[in-house]
Design a protein around this ligand. Structure first.
Ligand code: ADP
Ligand code: MG
Length: 327
C-alpha cells in the first residue's frame, strides 16, 4: 500500500518579471520589477479526493494550476506526484504525466477547436496517447465518452458552436477523460455558466470522480461552489495560503478574517441570521504588496503588529492558519 499522497506541493513559488523594456527603464531610471504570484505554497492531495483553492481574482490560483500541470516552471519549491518530483521526470515519465493529468478551463469555447467536429476533438487524446488501435474502437470510445458526460452519440458530428455553454463544458470534460486521466485540474470550470447549469456540471464532476476514482484540484473564486466539491480547502490571498482546513470545518468555523469575509459574501439562503460583514476593500497591487500581513489594510481585526509581522501558516491539528489574531 502506497501511503505517499497523490500530489505534494512544497514551498512552491513563482515570480514573474514584469519590468518595462530595458530602454524604457534606462530612460525613466526605473529598476526591474517582479511580481510574486505564488509565495511559498504547500499542500497535499490524497488520491480520489478534492482539494480546492479559493481566493479572489489575482490571488495566484491559475498560476498554481499551470505549475501543477507543468505548463509553467516554478521559481522555487517542489511539485511531487506519487511517481516522483515533477522536475525529475524525463522523457517517457513526463509523457505519462501528460496523460495522467488533464486540465479543464473556465472557458470551454476557447479550449475547443471551433473548426473540428466534437468527435474529432474528443478523439484527439485517444490518438495522441495511442489508446485506440482501430476506427471501430475509436468510434465506440467516443460514443461511450459522450454518454458518460450526458451527451448523445450523434453529437460527435456537430461543431462546438452548436452547443450551449454547459454542453460545451461537457465536451471539454469528455475530451479530458478520453486520455484516461487520474487527476483533473479544474480552473474555474463553471464560472462562465448560469447558476442552474453550474449545478449540473458540478454534479456531473462529482459523479465522475466517484465512478472513475479521480483526484481533483478544484479552483474557484466562489466559496459556495467550493462547498459542493471540496474535501479540503486552501484559501489564497495575494499568492499565499492564509488558511487550509477540511471543508466542513472551514465552512462552520473559519479561522482567518479573510476566509470569514469570503464566507460572508455567500448569499444566506439558510437565513441563519449570522452577523455579516460585506467584502470590503480591494486587492492591493501585487508588485508592491503591503508590509507585514498582506491582508492587514482590509482586515477588521488588524492591529499595529499586523503591519510589521508577516504571519506564517501555523498547523493546529487538521487546520492551518496564518494570522496573528486567528479565531
Ligand atoms: N505571465 C504572467 N506575467 C506576469 N504576471 C502574471 C502572469 N500570469 C499571472 N500574472 C499575475 O500573477 C497574479 C496571479 O494571477 P493568477 O494566477 O492568474 O490569479 P487568479 O487565477 O487567482 O486570478 C496576478 O497579479 C497576475 O496579474
Ligand atoms: Mg484564474
Amino acid at each position: 500500500m502506497n501511503s505517499a499522497p497523490f500530489l505534494k506541493v512544497t514551498n512552491l513559488s513563482r515570480v514573474f518579471d514584469v519590468s518595462r523594456p530595458w530602454l524604457n527603464r534606462l530612460i525613466e531610471r526605473q529598476p526591474k520589477q517582479y511580481l510574486r504570484a505564488v509565495n511559498q505554497v504547500s499542500f497535499e492531495l490524497e488520491r480520489g479526493k478534492t482539494f480546492a483553492l479559493v481566493g479572489e481574482s489575482g490571488s495566484g490560483k491559475s498560476t498554481i494550476a499551470k505549475l501543477v500541470v507543468d505548463l509553467l516552471r516554478p521559481s522555487s519549491g517542489e511539485i511531487a506526484f506519487d511517481t516522483g518530483s515533477l522536475s525529475d521526470l524525463r522523457g517517457q515519465e513526463r509523457r505519462q504525466l501528460r496523460q495522467r493529468v488533464q486540465m479543464i478551463f473556465q472557458d470551454p469555447f476557447a479550449s475547443l477547436n471551433p473548426r473540428w467536429r466534437v468527435g474529432d476533438i474528443i478523439a484527439e487524446p485517444l490518438h495522441a496517447f495511442g489508446l485506440v488501435q482501430s476506427k471501430a474502437e475509436r468510434s465506440s470510445r467516443v460514443e461511450e465518452l459522450l454518454e458518460t458526460v450526458g451527451l448523445a452519440a450523434a453529437d460527435q458530428y456537430k461543431f462546438p458552436h452548436e452547443f450551449s455553454g454547459g454542453q460545451r463544458q461537457r465536451i471539454a470534460i469528455a475530451r479530458a477523460l478520453s486520455a484516461n486521466p487520474e487527476f483533473l485540474v479544474c480552473d474555474e470550470p463553471t464560472s462562465a455558466l448560469d447558476v442552474s447549469v453550474q449545478a449540473q456540471i458540478l454534479n456531473l464532476m462529482k459523479d465522475l470522480q466517484r465512478k472513475l476514482n479521480l483526484t481533483y484540484l478544484f479552483i474557484s473564486h466562489d466559496l459556495s461552489v467550493v462547498k459542493h466539491m471540496a474535501d479540503r480547502v486552501g484559501v489564497l490571498y495575494l499568492g499565499s495560503l492564509v488558511e487550509v482546513n477540511e471543508a466542513d470545518a472551514l465552512f462552520s468555523a473559519p479561522r482567518h478574517p479573510y476566509t470569514r469575509m469570503l464566507l460572508d459574501a455567500i448569499p444566506d439562503h439558510e437565513m441563519s441570521g449570522r452577523s455579516r460583514t460585506p467584502v470590503t476593500g480591494e486587492i492591493p497591487n501585487p508588485i508592491e504588496p503591503p508590509s507585514g500581513c498582506t491582508f492587514h489594510p482590509r482586515c477588521p481585526k488588524a492591529t499595529e503588529q499586523c503591519k510589521q509581522v508577516t504571519p506564517t501558516l501555523e498547523t493546529e491539528g487538521i487546520a492551518q492558519v496564518a494570522c496573528l489574531h486567528a479565531s
